[in-house]
Write a protein that binds this ligand. Structure first.
Ligand SMILES: *[C@@H]1O[C@H](CO)[C@@H](O)[C@H](O)[C@H]1NC(C)=O
Ligand SMILES: *[C@@H]1O[C@H](CO)[C@@H](O)[C@H](O)[C@H]1NC(C)=O
Ligand SMILES: *[C@@H]1O[C@H](CO)[C@@H](O)[C@H](O)[C@H]1NC(C)=O
Length: 308
């Protein structure tokens, strides 16, 4: 069954490319969507093996019985998500890969803890950037970020606040500074490890199962100028061959006027879109900037999450 779906997807993609190249673009084809966005997705040259120990939600859940809508911002009135962020302050930084991967793992820590327990743990994107743990402000890869978190762990924001800057020291991972101007190392700090990691694409139902069972996932997307200009609603733009240049996190889905959509967390501030989030059509990669084609999930290692 899965093989047939893969073949069908391949054929549709091939047809889309061939028809797009060979014939007239027509009204439907704004062929080269404008992209102001400098890429912050630099896919790692290393093909990391999945780290899978437990059964996958897409295999043990009944995919046809998933709810019509699910939103980690409001599961029976509870918001499990961590804070909104902006990767581009105090200066422009192509750190999207570190934001999507850390917000998804931080959200999943809330989920594992059974609620948004205060104080929340916000895994530090700057820690990844300092250690080249998946990339830098010149771009990176969320899969590689999860590899770093599996091998080295990641500190929380209070150890290593975001500075949108390359070239800061990787060690000490956690530090603080004194009134006399010098800084010192902290040795007793929270270091969160990732346990399992895998890819989940390109089927909407598989992604839904993963998000539903375990929480947000990080996905690449083609951030076109239209997406940059998004202010609300269900986004749709025809791009036959999306070029992934940005990483975001899927935190849920829904349906409005018979249109199914993903709920997506961005890292361009709360003033972007719908309070920092956007919705985009589900299930059709020509219309949703390829958001379902390249997603990665990770689980936090429960023993590394501090209890209160
Ligand atoms: C959360 O969802 C419920 C329906 O499931 C709705 O009644 C409620 O208003 C929502 N809460 C917020 C804060 O949006
Ligand atoms: C600054 O203060 C800290 C903490 O009181 C102290 O350990 C450190 O030696 C001082 N550094 C300098 C350069 O005076
Ligand atoms: C380290 O921190 C934990 C809790 O944050 C505390 O229980 C423990 O006593 C601390 N250990 C040391 C050596 O300070």
């Amino acid at each position: 069954m899965r093989i047939i779906l893969y073949i069908a997807l391949f054929i549709t993609l091939a047809i889309a490319l061939v028809s797009g190249n060979a014939h007239q673009p027509k009204i439907l084809r704004p062929d080269t969507p404008e992209r102001k966005h400098k890429t912050c997705y630099k896919k790692s040259s290393i093909e990391y093996a999945d780290r899978i120990k437990s059964p996958l939600p897409r295999d043990y859940l009944d995919l046809d019985a998933l709810p019509q809508s699910y939103d980690w911002r409001n599961v029976s009135g509870v918001n499990y998500l961590t804070m909104n962020r902006n990767q581009h302050i105090p200066q422009y930084c192509g750190g999207c890969w570190s934001f999507a991967s850390t917000s998804a793992i931080s959200d999943r820590i809330n989920i594992v803890r059974g609620g948004p327990i205060f104080p929340q743990i916000n895994a530090s994107p700057q820690h990844l950037i300092n250690c080249d743990g998946g990339g830098t402000c010149d771009g990176g890869d969320p899969r590689a970020a999860y590899e770093f978190m599996a091998e080295k762990g990641i500190v929380d924001e209070t150890c290593q606040p975001y500075q949108a800057e390359n070239g800061l020291a990787c060690t000490p991972a956690c530090k603080t500074c004194d009134p006399n101007g010098s800084c010192h190392t902290i040795t007793n700090y929270t270091n969160i490890f990732v346990d399992e990691v895998g890819k989940i694409a390109p089927f909407a139902k598989d992604i839904m199962a993963e998000v539903y069972a375990r929480g947000p996932v990080a996905c690449s997307i083609d951030a076109t100028s239209q997406l940059e200009a998004y202010t609300g609603g269900i986004f749709k733009e025809f791009v036959a061959a999306p070029i992934p240049n940005h990483i975001v996190s899927i935190v849920g889905w829904g349906v409005e006027n018979d249109v199914s959509y993903w709920i997506v967390r961005n890292s361009w501030g709360s003033y972007f879109g719908e309070s920092g989030f956007f919705r985009i059509v589900q299930g059709n990669f020509y219309d949703n900037l390829g958001i379902e084609l390249d997603c990665v999930w990770a689980t936090p290692k429960v023993s590394s999450i501090p209890s209160l």
